[in-house]
Design a protein around this ligand. Structure first.
Ligand SMILES: O=C(CO)[C@H](O)[C@H](O)COP(=O)(O)O
Length: 246
């Protein structure tokens, strides 16, 4: 079972949630791309939905598939967002932003009644942080913001961990769709994601970070089971009010 097969299996499961007339948030990345391809098939077969893309890459992919699109100005409230993730823990906390789209992804997810994550089950982790945490920052004051982010990391129990600036394929500093810079925090483990989130938000130059806490309500995680793909379901319904898994 190949990685694309697993991505397609998770995407196919999420597609079952899509109903005619729905207003969809459409994620970014290779798993979201698998969802867009399957959704395109359904749209061409007559399904009427409208989507808000979470990146320029997703907008282009959706247009290619003939999926009707809108903006959050036109549709400020969405029914369902389907998106990938870089890490998922047992409490449905996520790291996102490996594809540099975290800001739009978070805005779209927060405008949605539901956010459903689709991913290879290899993205499931005990503790968030092995995947570098993306932090989107305004280019104005970049050096000062970098230092303030390092201080916030240290105060969150992540002292001395390397912070790097994300580069594009040509080796130039990457700019997000919103024109911001991206820092990647190589933390190894994040002992207190909620505390780190609050401290990062308190830094004026930080536009957004890739911790998605209390946002996703379901994750479909595909793993190989013999020659088949099995989809594991993580649901917020299985969490206690304090966010711990039952
Ligand atoms: O957050 C993201 C983009 O900003 C992606 O959803 C995340 O990086 C997962 O991507 P993929 O499905 O390609 O593994």
């Amino acid at each position: 079972m190949s990685a694309p097969d697993l991505r397609r299996a998770a995407a196919a499961r999420a597609l079952e949630l899509v109903e005619p007339g729905m207003r969809l948030g459409i994620g970014t990345g290779s798993t979201a791309a698998a969802f867009i391809a399957l959704l395109g098939d359904r749209v061409r077969a007559g399904l009427d939905v409208i989507g808000v893309p979470t990146s320029e890459a997703t907008r282009i992919a959706c247009e290619r598939e003939g999926i009707r699109l809108a903006t959050l100005e036109e549709l400020p409230e969405l029914d369902l967002t389907i998106d990938g993730a870089d890490e998922v823990d047992a409490n449905l906390r996520l790291i996102k932003g490996g594809g540099a789209a975290l800001l739009r992804e978070k805005i779209v997810a927060m405008a949605s009644r539901r956010m459903v994550v689709i991913a290879d089950a290899a993205k499931r982790v005990e503790t968030l942080g092995a995947f570098p945490l993306p932090i989107e920052v305004n280019v104005f004051g970049f050096g000062a913001t970098w230092r303030a982010v390092e201080k916030a990391l240290a105060e969150s129990g992540c002292a001395g961990k390397p912070l790097t600036r994300r580069l594009d394929a040509a080796g130039e500093p990457l700019l997000t769709d919103g024109g911001h810079a991206l820092l990647d925090a190589h933390l190894g483990a994040i002992p207190d994601p909620e505390g780190l989130s609050a401290r990062l938000w308190a830094v004026p130059g930080v536009v957004e970070h890739g911790l998605f806490l209390g946002i996703a309500d379901t994750a479909y995680l595909a793993e190989a089971s013999g020659s088949e793909a099995r989809v594991i379901v993580l649901s917020a319904d299985d969490l206690t009010t304090s966010g711990q898994r039952l």
